[in-house]
Design a protein around this ligand. Structure first.
Ligand code: SAM
Length: 272
């Protein structure tokens, strides 16, 4: 992101609190992530340039799109909701993402999720025992994700999983090698959605407005292939061409998406 775009984007966002009890945490987050500090979020209506607010509500960081209040707030929640449900009932090592990463061989890799987003895929893999390094370049997304990971560390059911997730804020195209020796690099860049916007789930809507498309996504494949010891896994919508036009070694197809797998070397078969 260029400096001009970054400053324009930062003018449209401010961070505040819903209840005064969260004011210190809100102040700390605003300072850490370089967001304008709003104080009480009620002050947002006096700042017409704002499109989004980040608010601390009940000790959790949430994102709201001001002109679409019906979409509600999004936060990273590894303890309750869809992600937690998937951890309990999602099919363990038999699920497609686990097969794509190579877990079926009884192998539990160190995975670099180089397009971390809200961390759902990373949490699934960490929940299956992988060590996860996550990279996210958008400060808003990274702030939401870090807040979610830190809250998860305080919950006895998921603390062990969250302790296996290390977030690096930065662009993985430039800084991928900050992750030391990953076995697998996982990529899930944003891709234009085909569904009509009303049909796209609320989280996806807010996300698309904020992050847009990852137009430079093709540039992720080469550094990923250079870094991954065993393989690179790319999640793509089923209608999308392969990343950087490069044919994968194999694909795992699902209803709406597929995992393109690029093999650098075979995963060792472990004898247990
Ligand atoms: C579709 S989302 C990933 C969703 C994620 N797999 C999940 O389960 O929540 C893509 C994310 O990758 C981030 N991203 C794209 N290119 C990146 C790069 N070069 N470095 C770091 N983050 C990147 C975007 O900012 C966005 O948050």
């Amino acid at each position: 992101m260029s400096a001009t775009i970054a400053s324009e984007y930062l003018n449209t966002i401010a961070l505040g609190y819903v209840d005064n009890v969260d004011s210190e945490y809100a102040k700390r987050l605003a300072k850490k992530w370089h967001f304008n500090y709003l104080g009480d979020v009620a002050a947002a209506n006096k700042q017409p340039q704002l499109e989004f607010i980040l608010q601390v509500h009940h000790h959790a960081l949430e994102l709201c799109k001001l002109d679409e209040p019906k979409l509600g707030a999004i936060k990273v929640d590894f303890v309750a909701g869809a992600v937690a449900h998937r951890r309990k009932f999602g099919g363990g090592r038999g699920q497609d993402i686990a097969k794509a990463v190579g877990l079926k061989h009884g192998f539990t890799p160190h995975v670099l999720d180089a397009t971390a987003g809200l961390g759902r895929d990373a949490f699934v893999l960490a929940g299956l025992g992988c060590q996860l390094t996550l990279m996210e370049r958008m400060p808003v997304v990274a702030a939401l994700l870090e807040d979610g990971i830190e809250r998860a560390k305080l919950n006895h059911e998921v603390a062990d999983i969250a302790n296996n997730m290390q977030l690096i804020h930065g662009s993985s195209i430039e800084q991928m090698d900050l992750a030391s020796a990953p076995d697998v690099v996982y990529l899930d860049p944003m891709f234009p959605h085909r569904e009509k916007s009303a049909a796209v789930k609320k989280e996806m809507r807010i996300f698309q407005c904020l992050v847009g498309e990852d137009l430079d996504a093709d540039g992720l494949l080469e550094p990923a292939l250079a870094l991954a010891k065993y393989r690179v896994v790319v999640k793509r919508p089923s209608y999308a061409p392969p990343l950087a036009g490069k044919k994968p070694s194999m694909s795992i197809k699902m209803k709406k998406n597929r995992f393109d797998v690029y093999v650098n070397q075979a995963i060792p078969k472990l004898t247990t």
